[in-house]
Each structure stands twice: as C-alpha cells, then as structure tokens.
Ligand binder design. Structure first.
Ligand code: GLU
Length: 303
C-alpha cells in the first residue's frame, strides 16, 4: 500500500509528478493499492481549486488510484485522538514561545538545518497563564533514531539534540504536518512511503511518533528532487516545471511519462512511452537519479 500525498498549494510540478509515478509504479508492481491523499491541513497555504487541478493533471498523465482522494481537513477528529493518546502518556506540553523567544535562546542553526527548540517551556507549569494561544510540543528522548531508507541509505538523528521537542498542534489551532502524516499513514495501512528527499530529515520524527502511537512505521523511499535546467530546485516560476504549462505548450503525457520513468530507472531511455509500457518495465525496484527539466521544455514558455 503506497500513497501520493500532494499539498494543494499550487499546480502539480514535475517533482510531484515524479513522486506520483514512483508511488503508482510501486503500488502496481506490488499488486497493492495507491491512496491519494490531499494534504490540505495547513489551510492558510491552500490555493482554492488546486486539489482539483492536481487530480486532473494526474489523470492527464495517465495515473489512477484505488482509494481517495482522502482529504485531511475532513479527518480532524483522528488527529485530535492521536494528540490525546500522546497527552495521556505525559508526552505533550504547551509552549507559548514566540519565534523571537526561541531565536534568543537557541543556537543559530547550521545551514539547511532547522532550529532546535531549546526546551524553554518543557518544565514550566502547563496551567500557567499563557502569553498567546500555545502550541503543543512532544517531549522527545535524548536517543538516536536510525532509519534505513530504501533509496537514500542510512540516516541517524538524536531527537533531543538534532530536532528538539517538536510541534504537534500549532498555536493557531492547526495540527502539524508531522503528526497528521503519521496518523494518516498508519491508519491507511501504508507500507511504503515514496516522497521527495526534502522530507528525509522529517523521517526519524515520524518513526518515533509511529512507535509512540503503537504501530510499526512504513518503509521509506526518498527520491531526489527534480531540478531545473541549471540544476536549481524548482520554483513557482520555473519554466517548463508544471504539467499544465507543458500540456498547454503541446507536450504529450507520453513525453512526460518517458522522461519521468527514465529518471526513476524504470525504462532504458527518456523516449515517450505509455503508462502500460512503464508497467511492463522489468525493473525490480526504483533506481532514481536526479532529473533535470529537459531544455526543450523550459524553452517552450507557456502560461
Ligand atoms: N504533502 C507533502 C508535499 O506535498 C508530502 C508529505 C509526505 O509525503 O509525507 O510535499
């Protein structure tokens, strides 16, 4: 059982389509199912209509799914229950720190790393008057969580030192990504998570949460990010990055599938191919490399 879990914060770009194809292939290859999950939990970032557009773009590409779309904003009681379970274990505390409060105490993060929460509220009375509506944080142990990622290899983090007590429910009332993704993956019986490598650093946190919630975490397969023609991360404005723009510029779904399947190591060349040809791939597993947007696409500027 795999899932594709786009956030409806804009149109589907090639990086998303790369992950979608990889999850779809893995589900089909295992004879399992693919769940489509709309990760709209962070309401202020949601772009109205983008979930529908993402589904349309996936269908245009020729992908299908077996369950869903399941929509996170319709699943709030499940996240509340999980938070209560953790609270009942004494693992959750309120934190009314502002970003500035944290920045004053925390050591400056190294490049590309997140700020480690320095535990300011950890030992304070949870019944004290709060400066603002508090976030709820998880007490993490001073212990290592190691993962073996099927594609990215080994990663080991000390949760207390590398991550700190992280947020499960934000002060603005929104459940945090880290919590909801784990609740959903467990409840949907996901065995294999395929997603972009930008989420690798979140994985030890998610494994730890799964264990606290009493379940075995899924296997993880982190694929490289798709880059632009210059080797930079895709941005909203990157030419040729979005499926819709490619479609409007006359690129066929088979051309897109050909590039993506080749990037994932499923086919021998980036030539156009149908979804059935991708399925006939003799590959035993994903063998992705970093895909760059072909220059011919970024030149075809459209919409
Ligand atoms: N919704 C996240 C994204 O679009 C993916 C989360 C996940 O796969 O765990 O980046």
């Amino acid at each position: 059982m795999t899932r594709f879990a786009p956030s409806p914060t804009g149109d589907l770009h090639l990086g998303g389509a790369y992950v979608a194809l990889a999850s779809w292939w893995m589900a089909r290859r295992q004879g399992g199912a693919l769940v489509l999950r709309v990760e709209d939990i962070d309401a202020p970032r949601v772009v109205p209509g983008s979930a529908e557009r993402i589904l349309e773009d996936l269908r245009w590409l020729g992908l299908d799914w077996d369950q869903g779309p399941l929509v996170q904003s319709e699943r709030l009681p499940r996240y509340a229950r999980a938070l209560e379970t953790l609270q009942s274990q004494g693992l959750v505390y309120p934190c009314d720190c502002s970003r500035a409060d944290i920045a004053r105490v925390a050591s400056a993060p190294h490049l590309g790393e997140e700020t480690v929460y320095p535990g300011i509220c950890r030992e304070l009375d949870p019944a004290r008057p709060m400066k603002r509506p508090p976030a709820m944080r998880l007490r993490v142990p001073d212990a290592r969580v190691s993962i073996h990622d099927a594609l990215a290899g080994e990663l080991s983090q000390n949760l207390a030192r590398d991550i700190g007590d992280f947020v499960l429910h934000r002060g603005d009332g929104i459940y945090a990504y880290q919590l909801v993704v784990v609740v959903d993956d467990l409840e949907m019986g996901i065995t294999d998570v395929v997603r972009g490598i930008d989420l690798l650093a979140s994985t030890p946190r998610q494994i730890h949460l799964a264990q606290l919630l009493g379940a075995a975490p899924p296997r993880y397969h982190h694929v490289p990010l798709v880059l632009d023609t210059d080797g930079q991360r895709l941005a909203k404005r990157t030419a040729g990055a979005h499926l819709r723009g490619l479609r409007e510029a006359g690129v066929s779904p088979e051309e897109v599938l050909g590039e993506l399947a080749f990037g994932l190591g499923l086919t021998a060349s980036p030539e156009a191919c149908s979804r059935d040809e991708v399925l006939r791939s003799s590959a035993e597993q994903l063998a992705p490399h970093t895909l760059r947007i072909p220059a011919r696409w970024s030149a075809r500027r459209s919409g």
